[in-house]
Design a protein around this ligand. Structure first.
Ligand code: F6P
Length: 536
């Protein structure tokens, strides 16, 4: 951990912000803003509160805001010097102050004309070298797949070493012509068992992905899978690969340097799929498609640095979230992809957003006096409509929704795609317009005026997926800057991990009593488990 005395990076207290106070004041006069009336009085509203960018129409005109609010939000961005913060990020300033690290996942998707530096040294030669080696390795696996030698790949990792690759491989199903990729993450043996029991160890490649190569879940799954491979006649030398920053540990695990792909500590786990952590993505879709994925993200990196604030999509998204959450008090953010292939997007965004911004200590080390990370949740449309849209339409709390849809069908079944799009449009419209209840039937009323943003993409492909994810990454970063917190550490996951290690021998051994006394509830639960495990 970095020296605590290190100067905080860009301290910003929302409670002392002039622009934020102005927003709160403005919200009083806008509290009753009825977006339906706004549409009636301003025929240009949809156009004015939408942005077009590279085949994406981002329409936030159904949100509870108007030009005054937008201007006040942009003033907040000026006051918080978001532009300066973005410059620091790209310049490799050690903005992850609690770990003393720069944050440069953008380098992983950069090209050879870009430069990113840490401590005055360019990181690009190393990044490009590893990328080339990794993509060559991915292509060699795809060759072995064509020859029938490798049929399946199992990515073993958790959190950032799982969610991004799992989400992207699924999202890019139609581009995936390599071996089938499977993902094992949970320490529940049922996960690894259910995946491996269907596979042939002689034709399976295991890819162990862990930034630290010490994560309990990943190492337990990796040990088990390695044993399965050897027992089944698979050769670990040709059927295992590793991705990590801890090359000593990958070697000790028995994975040779030719199948090991390293990265640096300036890449956060949840921001890592652009580099070697994306190995399974590149095996699934091939080097060319993977480069497309990187290019899409890189376009957003250029955009976030160069676009005017009022046109800057990650900034606008961050400000919209700020308005809904900090000013209007809506504490959750619903993400509904109208694309089955994007079914893992909400889970991916949960880590990206909640592990980044679920903090209560400011960059200066004191407690925040405002809310931070919102609760992110969602499921694909139309399944979600038949699960929780009841609450979105008629519940007592308002949850702003992001609808994501694609004009080009995501399957061969165009007729079904039409239905999918009609549903997406209908839900967003219904949330907005609502409906008066028929006389005597209040339960059939819809208040309406419920906010949503519509992301309408031309197509779902590697490039658009890269753009979509990078937009969220920068949106999350900007929100962290506004909320005065450090978005790139994750100390909040440490306590539970440490306590699980203390509890493990207590669970395993009948007579074991840990040095640390447990609370009465935990002791009671432990007792029941021990009695069942060790009767008599
Ligand atoms: O959940 C905590 C965390 O540290 C995440 O930030 C990370 O993505 C995950 O664990 C996995 O870590 P590793 O890649 O080191 O195994």
């Amino acid at each position: 951990m970095a020296d605590n005395a290190a100067a905080p990076w860009r301290p910003f207290r929302l409670s002392e912000s002039r622009a934020h106070s102005a927003l709160v004041e403005l919200s009083e006069s806008k509290a009753s803003l009825d977006v339906r009336t706004c549409f009636e009085s301003d025929p240009n509203r949809a156009e004015v509160l939408s942005r077009h960018w590279k085949g994406l129409l981002l329409d936030f005109s159904k949100q509870r805001l108007d030009a005054d609010v937008l201007e006040a939000l942009l003033e907040l961005a000026r006051e918080a010097d978001i532009q300066g913060a973005i410059e620091d990020l790209f310049a490799g300033v050690k903005i992850n102050t609690t770990e003393g690290r720069a944050v440069l996942h953008m380098a992983l998707r950069a090209n050879n004309t870009d430069d990113f530096q840490v401590d005055g040294q360019s990181v690009m030669p190393g990044v490009l070298k590893v990328r080339e080696r990794m993509l060559a390795f991915a292509e060699s696996i795809r060759d072995r797949h064509r020859q029938g030698q490798i049929t399946d790949v199992v990515n073993i990792g958790i959190g950032g070493s799982d969610l991004g690759p799992a989400m992207a491989v699924k999202a890019l199903r139609r581009f995936a012509d390599g071996p089938a990729c499977h993902f094992v993450s949970n320490v529940d043996g049922a996960h690894v068992e259910s995946v491996l029991s269907r596979l042939n160890p002689r034709t399976t490649l295991l890819v162990v992905v862990s930034k630290t190569f010490t994560t309990q879940e990943t190492m337990a799954n990796a040990r088990l899978a390695k044993q399965w491979l050897i027992q089944g006649g698979g050769n670990p030398a040709t059927h295992m690969a590793a991705v990590s920053t801890n090359l000593e540990a990958t070697g000790a695990f028995g994975i040779g340097p030719e199948a090991t792909f390293g990265f640096e500590d300036w890449v956060g786990g949840r921001y890592s799929m652009w580099g070697p952590v994306g190995l399974s993505i590149s095996i699934a879709i091939g080097a060319e498609n993977f480069q497309e994925f990187l290019s899409g993200a890189r376009e957003v990196d250029v955009h976030v640095q160069e676009a005017q604030p009022s046109e800057n999509l990650p900034l606008l998204l961050a400000l919209l979230g700020h308005w809904n959450q900090q000013v209007l008090g809506m504490s959750s953010h619903v993400v509904i992809p109208y694309a089955e292939d994007l079914s893992r997007l909400p889970a991916y965004l949960q880590q990206a957003d909640m592990e980044s911004n679920g903090k209560s200590i400011t960059r200066s080390g004191d407690r925040v006096g405002w809310s931070t990370g919102s609760v992110v949740w969602g499921e694909p449309g139309t399944n979600s409509q038949h699960a929780f849209f009841q609450l979105l339409h008629q519940g007592t709390e308002i949850h702003p929704v992001d609808f994501l849809a694609f004009v080009e069908p995501t399957s061969e079944h165009e007729g079904m795609h039409d239905m999918l799009l009609a549903n997406a449009l209908a839900q967003a419209e219904a949330l907005l317009v609502g409906q008066k209840p028929p006389k005597g039937q209040p339960h059939r009323g819809f208040e309406g005026n419920r906010p949503s943003t519509f992301w309408l993409f031309d197509a779902l492909n590697p490039r658009t997926l890269g753009r979509l994810v990078a937009m969220h990454e920068h949106r999350i970063f900007i929100q962290g800057v506004l909320w005065g917190i450090s978005s790139f550490d994750q100390w909040g996951v440490e306590l539970g991990k440490a306590m699980a290690n203390v509890l493990l021998p207590d669970v395993q051994h009948a007579g074991h009593v840990s040095d640390l006394p447990h609370d009465a509830s935990t002791s009671q639960l432990l007792k029941v488990i021990k009695m069942a495990k060790h009767p008599g």
